[in-house]
Design a protein around this ligand. Structure first.
Ligand SMILES: *Cc1c(COP(=O)(O)O)cnc(C)c1O
Length: 392
Protein backbone atom coordinates (compact mmCIF):
# COMPACT_ATOMS: atom_id res chain seq x y z
CA UNK A 1 0.00 0.00 0.00
CA UNK A 2 1.34 3.40 -0.99
CA UNK A 3 1.05 6.15 1.64
CA UNK A 4 1.93 9.63 0.38
CA UNK A 5 3.10 12.22 2.87
CA UNK A 6 0.40 14.61 1.67
CA UNK A 7 -2.34 14.05 -0.92
CA UNK A 8 -3.41 17.27 -2.63
CA UNK A 9 -4.86 15.48 -5.67
CA UNK A 10 -7.62 13.70 -3.75
CA UNK A 11 -8.54 16.94 -2.00
CA UNK A 12 -8.65 18.84 -5.31
CA UNK A 13 -11.22 16.41 -6.71
CA UNK A 14 -13.60 17.23 -3.85
CA UNK A 15 -13.53 20.99 -4.56
CA UNK A 16 -12.66 21.04 -8.26
CA UNK A 17 -16.03 22.29 -9.56
CA UNK A 18 -16.13 25.15 -7.06
CA UNK A 19 -12.53 26.20 -7.75
CA UNK A 20 -13.06 26.15 -11.52
CA UNK A 21 -16.28 28.22 -11.24
CA UNK A 22 -14.53 30.81 -9.07
CA UNK A 23 -11.56 30.95 -11.46
CA UNK A 24 -13.96 31.49 -14.38
CA UNK A 25 -15.32 34.53 -12.53
CA UNK A 26 -11.88 36.03 -12.00
CA UNK A 27 -10.93 35.35 -15.62
CA UNK A 28 -14.17 36.85 -16.91
CA UNK A 29 -13.66 39.99 -14.81
CA UNK A 30 -9.89 40.13 -15.45
CA UNK A 31 -9.64 41.37 -11.86
CA UNK A 32 -6.31 39.71 -11.23
CA UNK A 33 -4.80 42.14 -8.70
CA UNK A 34 -6.61 43.08 -5.46
CA UNK A 35 -10.00 42.43 -7.04
CA UNK A 36 -13.22 41.41 -5.31
CA UNK A 37 -11.97 37.82 -4.83
CA UNK A 38 -9.19 39.08 -2.55
CA UNK A 39 -11.50 41.35 -0.56
CA UNK A 40 -14.03 38.53 -0.15
CA UNK A 41 -11.46 36.05 1.11
CA UNK A 42 -10.00 38.60 3.52
CA UNK A 43 -13.44 39.16 5.03
CA UNK A 44 -14.26 35.46 5.17
CA UNK A 45 -10.97 34.57 6.83
CA UNK A 46 -11.31 37.42 9.36
CA UNK A 47 -14.80 36.06 10.19
CA UNK A 48 -13.43 32.54 10.52
CA UNK A 49 -10.63 33.66 12.84
CA UNK A 50 -12.77 36.07 14.82
CA UNK A 51 -10.58 39.11 14.26
CA UNK A 52 -11.14 42.52 12.71
CA UNK A 53 -8.73 42.54 9.79
CA UNK A 54 -7.04 40.18 7.40
CA UNK A 55 -4.72 41.58 4.73
CA UNK A 56 -3.82 39.19 1.90
CA UNK A 57 -0.15 39.10 0.95
CA UNK A 58 2.25 37.33 -1.37
CA UNK A 59 3.62 34.74 1.08
CA UNK A 60 3.96 33.79 4.74
CA UNK A 61 7.50 35.15 4.82
CA UNK A 62 6.27 38.49 3.43
CA UNK A 63 3.52 38.51 6.09
CA UNK A 64 6.08 38.08 8.88
CA UNK A 65 8.35 40.75 7.39
CA UNK A 66 5.58 43.29 6.84
CA UNK A 67 4.29 42.73 10.39
CA UNK A 68 7.76 43.50 11.73
CA UNK A 69 8.19 46.51 9.46
CA UNK A 70 4.82 47.91 10.44
CA UNK A 71 5.80 47.69 14.11
CA UNK A 72 8.99 49.62 13.27
CA UNK A 73 11.20 46.68 14.06
CA UNK A 74 14.41 46.89 12.05
CA UNK A 75 18.10 47.63 12.54
CA UNK A 76 18.92 48.01 16.23
CA UNK A 77 16.01 45.73 17.26
CA UNK A 78 16.13 42.13 18.39
CA UNK A 79 13.31 39.59 18.15
CA UNK A 80 12.96 36.51 20.36
CA UNK A 81 11.84 33.37 18.52
CA UNK A 82 11.99 29.59 18.94
CA UNK A 83 15.16 27.78 17.89
CA UNK A 84 12.94 24.99 16.58
CA UNK A 85 11.03 26.43 13.64
CA UNK A 86 11.07 26.67 9.86
CA UNK A 87 13.87 29.02 8.82
CA UNK A 88 11.40 31.61 7.44
CA UNK A 89 10.63 32.82 10.98
CA UNK A 90 14.27 33.85 11.42
CA UNK A 91 14.62 35.06 7.81
CA UNK A 92 11.83 37.58 8.38
CA UNK A 93 13.70 39.04 11.34
CA UNK A 94 17.04 39.30 9.56
CA UNK A 95 15.20 40.41 6.41
CA UNK A 96 14.10 43.64 8.11
CA UNK A 97 17.61 44.15 9.51
CA UNK A 98 16.79 43.06 13.07
CA UNK A 99 18.65 40.41 15.07
CA UNK A 100 17.04 36.98 15.63
CA UNK A 101 17.53 35.67 19.18
CA UNK A 102 16.75 31.99 19.50
CA UNK A 103 15.21 30.25 22.53
CA UNK A 104 15.12 26.46 22.99
CA UNK A 105 11.91 24.45 22.67
CA UNK A 106 9.75 22.76 25.28
CA UNK A 107 10.11 19.02 24.52
CA UNK A 108 6.45 18.43 25.38
CA UNK A 109 5.02 20.89 22.86
CA UNK A 110 7.96 21.44 20.43
CA UNK A 111 7.16 25.15 20.85
CA UNK A 112 9.19 27.95 22.44
CA UNK A 113 9.71 27.21 26.16
CA UNK A 114 8.27 30.17 28.14
CA UNK A 115 10.45 29.33 31.18
CA UNK A 116 13.60 29.46 29.06
CA UNK A 117 12.40 32.68 27.46
CA UNK A 118 11.94 34.28 30.88
CA UNK A 119 15.32 33.01 32.07
CA UNK A 120 17.01 34.41 28.98
CA UNK A 121 15.47 37.83 29.45
CA UNK A 122 16.34 37.88 33.15
CA UNK A 123 19.93 36.86 32.52
CA UNK A 124 20.71 38.92 29.45
CA UNK A 125 18.49 41.89 29.06
CA UNK A 126 16.95 42.96 32.33
CA UNK A 127 17.52 46.57 33.26
CA UNK A 128 20.09 46.82 36.03
CA UNK A 129 19.32 50.53 36.43
CA UNK A 130 22.45 51.58 34.56
CA UNK A 131 20.63 53.49 31.82
CA UNK A 132 20.55 52.06 28.28
CA UNK A 133 16.83 51.26 28.34
CA UNK A 134 15.62 53.70 25.75
CA UNK A 135 12.01 54.03 26.76
CA UNK A 136 10.15 53.73 30.02
CA UNK A 137 7.73 51.29 28.47
CA UNK A 138 10.54 48.84 27.69
CA UNK A 139 12.53 47.94 30.79
CA UNK A 140 15.07 45.95 28.80
CA UNK A 141 18.66 46.59 27.91
CA UNK A 142 20.23 45.73 24.62
CA UNK A 143 21.67 42.36 23.82
CA UNK A 144 24.46 42.13 21.25
CA UNK A 145 23.82 45.77 20.45
CA UNK A 146 20.12 45.34 19.76
CA UNK A 147 17.11 46.14 21.91
CA UNK A 148 14.56 43.30 22.27
CA UNK A 149 11.30 44.55 20.80
CA UNK A 150 9.13 41.53 20.09
CA UNK A 151 8.46 37.84 20.67
CA UNK A 152 7.55 35.73 17.68
CA UNK A 153 5.95 32.51 18.94
CA UNK A 154 5.40 29.80 16.31
CA UNK A 155 2.47 27.39 16.70
CA UNK A 156 4.67 24.64 15.35
CA UNK A 157 3.21 21.58 13.62
CA UNK A 158 -0.29 22.98 14.39
CA UNK A 159 -0.09 23.03 18.19
CA UNK A 160 -0.83 26.41 19.82
CA UNK A 161 1.98 27.91 21.92
CA UNK A 162 1.42 28.62 25.66
CA UNK A 163 0.05 32.05 24.79
CA UNK A 164 -0.99 33.16 28.29
CA UNK A 165 2.62 32.82 29.39
CA UNK A 166 4.00 34.49 26.26
CA UNK A 167 1.56 37.40 26.59
CA UNK A 168 2.41 37.82 30.28
CA UNK A 169 6.14 37.97 29.50
CA UNK A 170 5.47 40.42 26.68
CA UNK A 171 3.38 42.65 28.95
CA UNK A 172 6.00 42.56 31.70
CA UNK A 173 8.80 43.66 29.38
CA UNK A 174 6.92 45.86 26.93
CA UNK A 175 7.43 43.51 24.00
CA UNK A 176 5.19 43.11 20.95
CA UNK A 177 3.86 39.68 20.02
CA UNK A 178 3.74 38.55 16.41
CA UNK A 179 2.34 35.03 16.03
CA UNK A 180 3.76 32.86 13.29
CA UNK A 181 0.53 30.99 12.54
CA UNK A 182 1.82 29.57 9.25
CA UNK A 183 1.24 25.99 10.46
CA UNK A 184 -1.84 26.47 12.62
CA UNK A 185 -4.80 27.59 10.49
CA UNK A 186 -7.91 26.91 12.55
CA UNK A 187 -6.16 25.78 15.75
CA UNK A 188 -7.60 27.12 19.02
CA UNK A 189 -6.04 28.13 22.30
CA UNK A 190 -8.57 28.30 25.15
CA UNK A 191 -11.32 28.59 22.58
CA UNK A 192 -9.75 31.34 20.49
CA UNK A 193 -8.17 30.81 17.08
CA UNK A 194 -4.43 31.12 16.77
CA UNK A 195 -3.60 34.23 14.79
CA UNK A 196 -5.87 36.42 16.96
CA UNK A 197 -3.94 36.27 20.22
CA UNK A 198 -1.05 38.72 19.78
CA UNK A 199 -0.59 42.16 18.17
CA UNK A 200 -0.40 40.69 14.69
CA UNK A 201 -0.16 37.25 13.13
CA UNK A 202 1.25 35.87 9.92
CA UNK A 203 -0.32 33.08 7.85
CA UNK A 204 1.13 31.24 4.87
CA UNK A 205 -1.05 29.70 2.17
CA UNK A 206 1.74 27.63 0.63
CA UNK A 207 -0.02 24.63 -1.00
CA UNK A 208 1.00 22.13 1.69
CA UNK A 209 -0.37 24.12 4.64
CA UNK A 210 -3.68 23.20 6.29
CA UNK A 211 -5.25 26.03 4.29
CA UNK A 212 -3.20 26.11 1.13
CA UNK A 213 -3.55 27.93 -2.19
CA UNK A 214 -2.45 26.60 -5.60
CA UNK A 215 0.66 28.75 -5.54
CA UNK A 216 2.17 31.16 -3.02
CA UNK A 217 0.10 33.32 -0.71
CA UNK A 218 0.00 34.73 2.80
CA UNK A 219 -1.84 37.11 5.11
CA UNK A 220 -1.54 39.20 8.22
CA UNK A 221 -4.35 39.15 10.78
CA UNK A 222 -4.80 41.88 13.40
CA UNK A 223 -7.44 43.63 15.47
CA UNK A 224 -5.62 46.95 15.14
CA UNK A 225 -7.16 49.29 12.52
CA UNK A 226 -4.04 51.41 12.05
CA UNK A 227 -1.68 48.43 11.67
CA UNK A 228 -4.04 46.82 9.14
CA UNK A 229 -4.16 50.02 7.10
CA UNK A 230 -0.36 50.29 7.20
CA UNK A 231 0.09 46.72 5.94
CA UNK A 232 -2.52 47.17 3.22
CA UNK A 233 -0.66 50.23 2.01
CA UNK A 234 2.75 48.64 2.33
CA UNK A 235 1.83 45.60 0.19
CA UNK A 236 0.76 47.86 -2.66
CA UNK A 237 3.77 50.17 -3.22
CA UNK A 238 2.89 52.24 -0.18
CA UNK A 239 -0.20 53.75 -1.76
CA UNK A 240 -3.92 53.77 -1.06
CA UNK A 241 -4.61 55.67 -4.24
CA UNK A 242 -2.73 54.67 -7.38
CA UNK A 243 0.46 56.73 -7.90
CA UNK A 244 0.05 58.60 -4.56
CA UNK A 245 2.71 56.99 -2.40
CA UNK A 246 2.59 57.69 1.33
CA UNK A 247 5.31 55.25 2.41
CA UNK A 248 8.12 53.42 0.63
CA UNK A 249 6.23 50.15 0.37
CA UNK A 250 6.73 46.99 -1.61
CA UNK A 251 4.80 44.63 -3.87
CA UNK A 252 3.38 41.68 -1.96
CA UNK A 253 -0.27 41.09 -2.78
CA UNK A 254 -2.41 37.97 -2.49
CA UNK A 255 -3.25 36.97 -6.06
CA UNK A 256 -6.99 36.96 -6.99
CA UNK A 257 -6.82 33.43 -8.45
CA UNK A 258 -5.25 32.21 -5.21
CA UNK A 259 -7.83 34.06 -3.10
CA UNK A 260 -10.55 32.23 -5.08
CA UNK A 261 -8.98 28.86 -4.19
CA UNK A 262 -8.79 29.85 -0.53
CA UNK A 263 -12.46 30.90 -0.49
CA UNK A 264 -13.40 27.52 -1.95
CA UNK A 265 -11.36 25.71 0.70
CA UNK A 266 -12.13 27.75 3.82
CA UNK A 267 -15.62 26.27 4.45
CA UNK A 268 -13.97 22.82 4.66
CA UNK A 269 -11.08 23.75 6.94
CA UNK A 270 -12.63 22.78 10.29
CA UNK A 271 -13.80 19.45 8.92
CA UNK A 272 -10.37 18.76 7.37
CA UNK A 273 -8.66 19.64 10.65
CA UNK A 274 -11.04 17.33 12.52
CA UNK A 275 -10.05 14.52 10.14
CA UNK A 276 -6.37 15.24 10.89
CA UNK A 277 -7.14 14.99 14.62
CA UNK A 278 -8.87 11.63 14.09
CA UNK A 279 -5.84 10.31 12.20
CA UNK A 280 -3.61 11.57 15.03
CA UNK A 281 -5.67 9.64 17.58
CA UNK A 282 -5.48 6.53 15.42
CA UNK A 283 -1.71 6.85 15.14
CA UNK A 284 -1.42 7.28 18.91
CA UNK A 285 -3.59 4.20 19.55
CA UNK A 286 -1.76 2.15 16.93
CA UNK A 287 1.65 3.02 18.39
CA UNK A 288 0.66 2.89 22.08
CA UNK A 289 2.48 -0.39 22.73
CA UNK A 290 5.58 0.64 20.78
CA UNK A 291 7.94 2.04 23.43
CA UNK A 292 10.53 3.11 20.84
CA UNK A 293 8.17 5.76 19.46
CA UNK A 294 6.82 8.74 21.42
CA UNK A 295 3.68 10.31 19.96
CA UNK A 296 2.88 14.03 20.32
CA UNK A 297 0.79 15.14 23.28
CA UNK A 298 -1.70 18.00 23.24
CA UNK A 299 -2.54 20.08 26.31
CA UNK A 300 -6.24 19.96 27.23
CA UNK A 301 -6.72 23.71 26.78
CA UNK A 302 -5.90 23.74 23.08
CA UNK A 303 -6.89 22.21 19.73
CA UNK A 304 -3.97 20.89 17.73
CA UNK A 305 -4.55 20.92 13.96
CA UNK A 306 -1.70 18.53 13.11
CA UNK A 307 -0.17 20.35 10.18
CA UNK A 308 2.43 17.66 10.77
CA UNK A 309 2.31 14.49 12.86
CA UNK A 310 5.75 14.39 14.42
CA UNK A 311 6.91 11.49 16.58
CA UNK A 312 10.22 10.90 18.35
CA UNK A 313 11.70 7.61 17.20
CA UNK A 314 14.63 5.48 18.21
CA UNK A 315 16.96 4.68 15.28
CA UNK A 316 15.08 7.30 13.31
CA UNK A 317 17.09 7.17 10.08
CA UNK A 318 16.85 3.38 9.82
CA UNK A 319 13.11 3.54 10.49
CA UNK A 320 12.66 6.18 7.81
CA UNK A 321 14.53 4.06 5.26
CA UNK A 322 12.48 0.98 6.25
CA UNK A 323 9.21 2.89 5.76
CA UNK A 324 10.41 4.33 2.47
CA UNK A 325 11.07 0.80 1.15
CA UNK A 326 7.43 0.06 1.97
CA UNK A 327 6.23 3.12 0.00
CA UNK A 328 5.47 5.20 3.08
CA UNK A 329 6.69 8.78 2.66
CA UNK A 330 7.88 10.57 5.77
CA UNK A 331 9.65 13.87 6.43
CA UNK A 332 12.15 15.54 8.76
CA UNK A 333 11.05 18.83 10.33
CA UNK A 334 13.72 20.01 10.57
CA UNK A 335 16.97 18.12 9.90
CA UNK A 336 19.28 21.05 10.76
CA UNK A 337 18.35 23.55 13.47
CA UNK A 338 18.53 27.18 12.33
CA UNK A 339 21.56 28.02 14.48
CA UNK A 340 23.58 25.22 12.86
CA UNK A 341 22.72 26.11 9.26
CA UNK A 342 25.35 27.74 7.06
CA UNK A 343 22.90 30.60 6.50
CA UNK A 344 23.03 31.63 10.16
CA UNK A 345 26.57 30.70 11.10
CA UNK A 346 27.35 34.38 11.75
CA UNK A 347 24.80 34.56 14.58
CA UNK A 348 27.60 32.92 16.54
CA UNK A 349 25.68 30.08 18.19
CA UNK A 350 27.65 26.90 18.91
CA UNK A 351 26.56 23.29 18.80
CA UNK A 352 24.99 22.52 22.18
CA UNK A 353 23.39 25.97 22.48
CA UNK A 354 19.86 24.51 22.24
CA UNK A 355 19.99 20.91 23.49
CA UNK A 356 16.26 20.11 23.11
CA UNK A 357 16.11 21.45 19.57
CA UNK A 358 19.30 19.62 18.62
CA UNK A 359 18.09 16.34 20.13
CA UNK A 360 14.80 16.69 18.28
CA UNK A 361 16.61 17.17 14.97
CA UNK A 362 18.13 13.72 15.55
CA UNK A 363 15.01 11.74 16.43
CA UNK A 364 11.93 13.54 15.09
CA UNK A 365 10.07 11.89 12.23
CA UNK A 366 6.99 13.31 10.50
CA UNK A 367 4.54 10.56 9.53
CA UNK A 368 2.09 10.95 6.63
CA UNK A 369 -0.64 13.44 7.58
CA UNK A 370 -3.48 15.08 5.70
CA UNK A 371 -7.27 14.96 5.93
CA UNK A 372 -7.49 12.53 3.00
CA UNK A 373 -5.55 9.69 4.67
CA UNK A 374 -7.59 6.51 5.11
CA UNK A 375 -7.81 4.44 8.28
CA UNK A 376 -6.23 1.57 6.36
CA UNK A 377 -3.23 3.77 5.48
CA UNK A 378 -2.76 4.89 9.09
CA UNK A 379 -3.02 1.27 10.27
CA UNK A 380 -0.49 0.19 7.66
CA UNK A 381 2.01 2.85 8.80
CA UNK A 382 1.60 1.70 12.42
CA UNK A 383 2.00 -1.97 11.46
CA UNK A 384 5.19 -1.24 9.52
CA UNK A 385 6.64 0.73 12.45
CA UNK A 386 5.81 -2.16 14.82
CA UNK A 387 7.38 -4.61 12.38
CA UNK A 388 10.57 -2.52 12.15
CA UNK A 389 11.13 -2.61 15.90
CA UNK A 390 10.02 -6.26 16.24
CA UNK A 391 12.71 -7.22 13.72
CA UNK A 392 15.54 -5.59 15.66
C1 LIG B 1 5.55 27.92 5.75
C2 LIG B 1 6.08 28.69 6.88
C3 LIG B 1 6.50 30.03 6.74
C4 LIG B 1 6.66 30.71 5.43
O1 LIG B 1 5.61 30.70 4.57
P1 LIG B 1 5.80 30.91 3.00
O2 LIG B 1 4.42 31.17 2.51
O3 LIG B 1 6.40 29.68 2.45
O4 LIG B 1 6.68 32.11 2.81
C5 LIG B 1 6.87 30.71 7.88
N1 LIG B 1 6.87 30.13 9.09
C6 LIG B 1 6.51 28.84 9.25
C7 LIG B 1 6.52 28.26 10.63
C8 LIG B 1 6.11 28.08 8.17
O5 LIG B 1 5.78 26.79 8.34
Amino acid sequence: MKVPFLDLKTQFKTIEADVRARWEDVLANTSFILGPAVREFEQEFAGFLGCKHVVGLGSGLAALELALRTLDIGPGSAVLLPANTFIATALAVSGVGATPILIDMDPRTYNIDPAKLTRFIEQHCQDDGSALSVSNSCPLVSIRGSLPRAIMPVHLFGQPTDMDEILAIAARYGLRVIEDACQSHGARYKGRRTGTLGDMAAFSFYPGKNLGAYGDGGAVATNDDALAEQIAMCRNYGSKKKYYHEIAGTNSRLDSLQAAVLSAKLPHLDEWNAARRRHAERYAAGLADCPQVACPVTAADRDHVFHLYVVRAERRDALQAYLSEREISTGLHYPIPIHLTDAYRDLGYQEGAFPETERAAQDMLSLPMCAELTDAQVDYVCECIQAFYAGE
